[in-house]
Every structure is written in C-alpha cells, then in structure tokens.
Design a binder for this molecule. Structure first.
Ligand SMILES: [Zn+2]
Length: 238
C-alpha cells in the first residue's frame, strides 16, 4: 500500500515536471484576443494594386501583403468620432499631405467607448506611417490628444489588450511598440523616396509612449506574461 502510494506520487511528480517543461514559463502567446468588431473598408483589386505600387516606390517591395510584422504603431485620429475616421480611410483618396494613393488607413481604430474596430486584414499593408508601412500594424485611437486616450480607462484598456494580443501573435517586442512620432528612430524604418525620409507626425510623442509602454508592461505582469525587450530604438539620421 505504502509502495503503491509512493509510486503514484512519483508518477504524478513526473507528469507535473513534464507539463512544466512543455508549457512556456510565461509567454505573450497566451494573451487573450480581445473582442474585435469587423468594420472593413473597401480594399479591392484597385487599392491592392495601388498599395503594391506604393510598396515598390517606397520600399522596393512589389506586394500589398503584410508578412511577419515587426512593429506596432500607435496613432491618434485628431478627431472625435469613429465614423469620420472610417470614412477618411474608406475613401482611398490621395492624402492631403503627400498626395499619393492608396489613401491612408489603419488596421484598427479604437473608439472612445473602448470598442475595437478592425478595418483592414492583418495580412494587408495599410498606409499609416511613412517608412514603416511595409512591416507595421497601425492602431488609431479616436481622440484629439494622447492625454485624452491615456485619461480614458475604457479606451486605454482596449488599446493595451489589443496591443498585447498582437505582440504575442507576432512575437513583437516591447520597444517595437512605438508612437507615430517615434517612427524615425525605429530600426525597421526605411524609405527610398529622399523627400520623405525624415517625414513623421506628432501623435504619440516619446514621453507619452513611455507612459503607454509602462502600462503595457504592467498589464503583462498582471497576466504573468513575459515581454521581450529586444530591439530598442536607433539613432535618427534626420
Ligand atoms: Zn499617426
């Protein structure tokens, strides 16, 4: 009886050790997928061709497909409604600033109430950040400032959950979650068109992203997930 008990304990211990060895000690892969509402913008053959031509002009790639993204770029719309952002991205009009097609877009837009909308498949290049579109997922936040996003718990929580899930899905490290205003110091920045090489925007400055990334790291800790800190920024050549 005693021997039987001892061997049963031994078997359970071996099984537990085997399980521990198989399961990752803590991985962003375990981050749950948040609720995402599909609101696709039209992205048919014409827009795909425009995107492939854009990728060739600016990155030397002839494809509209986004494969193995390395970067997540956080944005703010500068407006107060989801519908106006959706309409702008759906229009495929040449952008007012640089005058090129395809029109600008983002993979996700997070509304003020915390609803996450997906506009473009993650397998498609979306034009949101000069120099990084070839490898970056774009997340827009409805709002007129980063402070308005950081001060809105529902919107911020949705953003952190979405970003954490994407990081796990694609193995994206914490330093590669950047604000649009940090684009020029990304190690993945590349731009063949000389006049655009130093172009960026003012949304999500470094100081705001320090706050955002700290909140992301806190959420990961609370969920016992390990985040990679590999691949920090590089010096800007601008
Ligand atoms: Zn932006």
């Amino acid at each position: 009886m005693r021997a039987l008990f001892a061997s049963a304990v031994f078997a359970i211990a071996v099984f537990a050790i085997a399980l521990f060895a198989i399961a990752p000690a803590g991985s962003a892969l375990a981050a749950p997928k948040p609720v995402i509402v599909a609101k696709p913008i039209p992205f048919g053959e014409a827009r795909r061709s425009e995107t492939a031509a854009y990728a060739r002009r600016h990155y030397g790639l002839h494809t509209w497909r986004l494969t193995t993204p390395h970067v997540i770029v956080e944005h703010t719309t500068g407006t107060t409604s989801f519908s106006s952002a959706w309409s702008t991205f759906a229009s495929d009009a040449p952008d007012a600033e640089l005058g090129e097609r395809p029109g600008t877009c983002a993979h996700f837009v997070i509304d003020r109430d915390g609803t996450i909308y997906q506009l473009v498949p993650l397998s498609t290049i979306c034009r949101h950040t000069v120099g990084l579109n070839w490898t970056a997922i774009g997340i827009e936040h409805v709002g007129t400032s980063e402070a308005s996003v950081l001060g809105n718990p529902r919107q911020l929580q949705a953003s952190l959950q979405l970003t954490l899930w994407l990081m796990g899905r694609y193995g994206i490290s914490l330093p590669n979650v950047i604000g649009h205003a940090e684009s020029l110091t990304s190690r993945y920045h590349r731009e063949r068109y000389a006049r655009w090489r130093c172009q960026t925007h003012g949304d999500w400055q470094h100081a705001r992203m320090v706050t955002y990334r700290a909140a992301l790291a806190r959420l990961a800790r609370a969920r016992r997930l390990e985040l990679s800190r590999a691949g920090g920024p590089v010096a800007s050549r601008c």
